[in-house]
Design a protein around this ligand. Structure first.
Ligand code: GRF
Length: 210
């Protein structure tokens, strides 16, 4: 484990991977820009979709933002494309990878380099409801609360060690959309909170990637 705490002068460099609107990414970039997330800088944003709204938003914050071809498959990257993702993040000199609505499962070409140094946010109280359609599934299961989880990325789907959670109530009459919106508000708080704790050493960062 590395105990360094990062400062604004020597910040923890994050690269963010997105697939869509990028509201979690935007919240992180806004917190950095407003000085509310000390010791963290974003060195670049990658998207597997050329039309991801988050790409333009990242550029508004002056952050390099690229679409990288994912290959023909829907849920995973092609192995050589995945290696290109890992290389781009390395080329930016990132310390940590932040998945923020990145809709593909990462495999060995990426995780052999970045495993243990990649975070994900998920809109359920893991270990309950990993995977997709989780707000609908939580409502259908009769849960009275849900929330969001930030966890390390491992080789499973939403199975890595949990770093933090925030909880919201599920109210009578909630549909998937209403619950997702309530959870998203908490996601925007949680991700920056965890990044701040990693940067100042309250949560230990594993050793540098190989
Ligand atoms: C969020 O709900 C996140 O938890 C999930 O995908 C959604 C991404 O939203 N993994 P956004 O692109 O950050 O707005």
């Amino acid at each position: 484990m590395q105990n360094t705490s990062y400062t604004n002068e020597k910040p923890m460099k994050i690269a963010i991977l997105i697939s869509g609107r990028g509201s979690n990414m935007e919240a992180i970039l806004r917190h950095i820009a407003e000085g509310r997330l000390r010791g963290v800088t974003c060195v670049g944003v990658l998207s597997d979709r050329a039309d991801a709204g988050g790409l333009a938003k990242a550029k508004e914050f002056g952050v390099p933002a690229l679409f990288l071809d994912p290959g023909p498959k829907k849920t995973v990257l092609d192995p050589e494309k995945e290696a290109a993702y890992a290389r781009q993040v390395q080329a930016w000199g990132a310390d940590l990878v932040v998945l923020a609505g990145f809709m593909r499962v990462l495999k060995e070409p990426f995780l052999s380099v970045w495993g243990g140094r990649a975070l994900n946010i998920h809109p359920s109280l893991l270990p309950k409801f990993p995977g997709l359609d989780v707000q609908r599934r939580a409502i259908e299961a009769g849960e009275t609360q849900s929330g969001c989880t930030v966890h390390w990325v491992d080789r499973g789907v939403d199975t890595g060690a949990i770093l933090g959670q925030r909880t919201v109530p599920i109210q009578p009459g909630d549909d998937e959309k209403a619950l997702a919106a309530r959870i998203l508000v908490e996601e925007h708080v949680l991700y920056s909170d965890i990044l701040g704790r990693l940067a100042d050493g309250r949560i230990p960062l594993p050793g540098r990637p190989r």
